[in-house]
Design a protein around this ligand. Structure first.
Ligand code: S3P
Length: 430
């Protein structure tokens, strides 16, 4: 699919519902004691895999337009499905679901997915779950298919070696049924949607610096969960608005949770024009997910350095930081982002090769990349390599480029943002 240079984007957009929060809402909805209404669930490939998974485990899911009602089997009563659970391309489902299933005594489960998911490590959740008494096995010890035999769990104190919200969340879900109080520490703050939702569900959960402690519980009590717009999806339109001369956009109801707003802060540091009410870093854990409208305008950018502790707060937007860097004055460097190598693709290699193919002056480093800003991008062809964020990166690059960009494999965007191309078309027409 080709994306020609645009002459200015304008209008309003409601970004799709948040993928991370949708996964958590479906899982916690299925674990809850009473039916849960989810307002504005993300209907995309990854989050549909989560609905299929909870159905296979005994949940009833009714879809009412954008909303859902889930009546799940509850915290300790998941059913054993007859077939393996297919997580598709969804890394979050693969890493979070075992936290619930590991405690289903007397039941066995197999989790498997597509070719890309089979290359993504699960040993990072196997290690803490085994310490809690869980019985799990994976192919070569690290990869799906993942086999889980439900067992009685006990509380632990676990330090996650790399900042990963998926690993932290998996341990927090297992902690709900483990005997005692579990503490999870992380080397840097990562997204805290699970903590916020558990707090809303009545769980005893506390954060102290980089540590979160959860006490086991009899049941989760949630009534309605409203899903905000996904900042990671909104980031593509925002980058396009900043890069294409003459643009002015309004993004409605975007999630601005501090642990997800790293890209917005980086963009502001690059002198990008982004107006909105971003959440401050609250010391206390909040039960709600803040939202804001974001007002974006084209403007000149300056290069910046993204430091390791910022990386988990902007992890899925780092490809866009590379793109912004191409148009900025000076160098843009991302450090401490080796986790990009185990995403839907090796996002260090693929972003660097992809943007270089479009004329960028960019180099890969061991743990990130360095871009020398030229103020423009020529254009050409980019292969999404099955990675939704790479496909959308190519499309935005095309709108901002001199000669346009052909994206191979644009359909990958369906994983998180099925309406992406239609939304871009609407904004380019104003
Ligand atoms: C996610 C956490 C991040 C992120 C992924 C979604 C989540 O992964 O990249 O897209 O929903 O918890 P890691 O936990 O591997 O950093």
């Amino acid at each position: 699919m080709r994306f020609e240079p645009a002459s200015g984007l304008s209008g309003e957009l409601r970004a799709p519902a948040d993928k991370s929060i949708s996964h958590r809402a479906a899982l916690l909805g299925a674990m809850a004691a009473e039916p849960v209404r989810i307002e504005r669930y993300l209907h995309a490939a990854d989050t549909t895999s989560t609905l299929d998974a909870v159905r296979a485990l005994g949940a009833l899911v009714e879809i009412h337009g954008e909303d859902l009602v889930i009546r799940g089997p509850g915290l300790r009563e998941a059913l054993q499905p007859e077939e393996p659970i297919d997580v598709g391309n969804a890394g979050t489902l693969l890493r979070l679901l075992p936290g619930w299933l590991a405690a289903q005594e007397g039941c066995s489960f197999t989790l498997d997915g597509d070719q890309s998911i089979r290359r993504r490590p699960v040993d990072r959740i196997i290690e803490p779950l085994r310490q809690m008494g869980a019985q799990l096995d994976a192919r070569e010890g690290s990869f799906a298919p993942l086999q889980i035999d439900g067992a009685r769990l006990h509380a632990v104190s676990y330090e996650v070696p790399v900042a990963s919200a998926q690993v932290k969340s998996c341990v927090l879900l297992a902690a709900l049924t483990a005997d005692g109080a579990t503490t999870v520490g992380e080397p840097a703050r990562s997204r805290d949607h699970t903590e916020r939702m558990l707090l809303r569900a009545g769980v005893s959960i506390h954060r102290n610096g980089l540590r979160v402690t959860v006490v086991n519980t009899d049941e989760l009590l949630l009534d309605t969960i409203a899903i905000p717009g996904d900042p990671s999806s909104a980031a593509f339109a925002i980058a396009a608005g900043v890069l294409v001369p003459g643009s002015r956009l309004l993004l409605r109801d975007v999630g601005v949770n501090w642990t997800r707003a790293g890209f917005f802060r980086i963009l502001r540091r690059m002198r990008g024009i982004l107006l909105g009410d971003l959440e401050d870093d609250a010391g206390e854990l909040e039960p709600r997910e803040p939202v804001s409208d974001l007002d974006v305008a084209h403007g000149a950018l300056e290069g910046t350095v993204v430091e390791p502790e910022e990386v988990p707060l902007a992890i899925d937007e780092l490809p866009l930081v590379a793109l912004l860097g191409c148009f900025a004055d000076g160098d843009t460097v991302v450090r401490g982002a080796q986790e990009l190598r185990v995403k839907e693709s090796d996002r260090i290699v693929d972003v660097v090769e992809g943007l270089r193919g479009l004329g960028a002056d960019i180099e890969a480093t061991e743990d990130g990349f360095a871009v020398r800003g030229r103020g423009w991008l020529r254009g050409g062809t980019i292969d999404a390599r099955g990675d939704h964020r790479l496909a959308m990166l190519g499309a935005v690059a095309g709108l901002a480029s001199r000669e346009g960009v052909e994206v191979l494999g644009m359909d990958a965007a369906a994983v998180s943002y099925p309406g992406f191309v239609a939304d871009l078309e609407q904004l380019t027409k104003g």
